[in-house]
Design a protein around this ligand. Structure first.
Ligand code: PBE
Length: 268
């Protein structure tokens, strides 16, 4: 094993994701809260982060990433969250569905389904793992909807068909949101006949799109902490339909073989 301090082992680097992600703001807050002098949060993407994690684990090397649950990485690798006694990453969180103002009047069927949409962390993780194992997101979502008819039927029960109307969902290429957005798209298309465009954007434009009314909805708002700044900026211009998934978590994540347990250990 490696006797150098963790800071030296990882070159004082935390492997982050896209700069617009709320978890990047939280990670920078952790760097300040825990006095991690000269540490750097590296910007990239969700895909680059999981590639770096995969390589480090294959080489049995130390690595620190920004991680979140639900995520397939916890099924594939042995990982642990570093304790966060200062709560830089916040407390309990949920993923909310957010729609543009006026959607209820213009598209009542879609609005009702979006309002009813809720599932569990295990449901989402199942879709994420299917995609990670090679299924196309649209196919993984369809397969999940077919296998979970009882759940999906509850979202659409008694709702009028949409007869080919168009709907635009915004999402960011986070593995969790690729899964949820494709499931909602599959349900709206297969059960109600909507024509759904899933538009992949960055986090800022995702929120701005719904606030400006160009985008009808998104199912990717992590609240109250991770997307707090976006909510504060746009709360008067959107409608928050509440949680679609409870029991998420965000934080700094390391392979289980690393001999640290708390963000506080990074200062040693
Ligand atoms: N995440 C996944 C996002 C929300 C979904 C935790 C990477 C973030 O904004 O940080």
């Amino acid at each position: 094993s490696n006797s150098k301090p963790v800071a030296e082992q990882v070159n004082r680097q935390i492997i982050g994701i896209d700069p617009g992600a709320g978890i990047m703001k939280s990670a920078n807050k952790a760097i300040a809260d825990y006095g991690l002098k000269d540490w750097k949060l590296i910007e990239g993407s969700g895909a680059a982060m999981t590639a770096a994690l995969d390589k480090a684990i294959k080489d049995k090397k130390p690595i620190i990433i920004t991680g979140w649950t639900p995520h397939w990485m916890f099924a594939k690798y042995e990982l642990k969250y570093l304790e966060d006694p200062k709560l830089s990453f916040g407390g309990e969180e949920q993923i909310h569905t957010v729609v543009r103002k006026g959607l209820k009047a213009d598209q009542p069927s879609a609005y009702t389904v979006l309002d009813r949409f809720e599932w569990t962390a295990d449901d989402m993780a199942a879709v994420m793992s299917a995609i990670q194992e090679g299924k196309k997101p649209e196919q993984a979502a369809k397969d999940w909807v077919d296998a979970n008819k009882d759940k999906a039927d509850k979202w659409t029960e008694g709702v009028d068909k949409a007869d080919g109307k168009s709907l635009k969902l915004g999402y960011v290429a986070w593995d969790s949101e690729i899964a949820s957005t494709n499931v909602v798209k599959a349900v709206l298309e297969s059960k109600l006949g909507y024509k759904v465009t899933a538009l992949q954007v960055e986090a800022g434009p995702m929120w701005a799109g719904v606030a400006g009314g160009d985008t009808d909805a998104m199912v990717a708002a992590w609240l109250p902490t991770t997307h707090e700044d976006y909510l504060n900026k746009y709360k008067d211009k959107i409608e928050d339909l509440g949680p679609n998934l409870k029991g998420t978590k965000t934080g700094l994540v390391v392979p289980a073989y690393m001999d640290i347990s708390s963000i506080e250990d990074l200062n040693k």
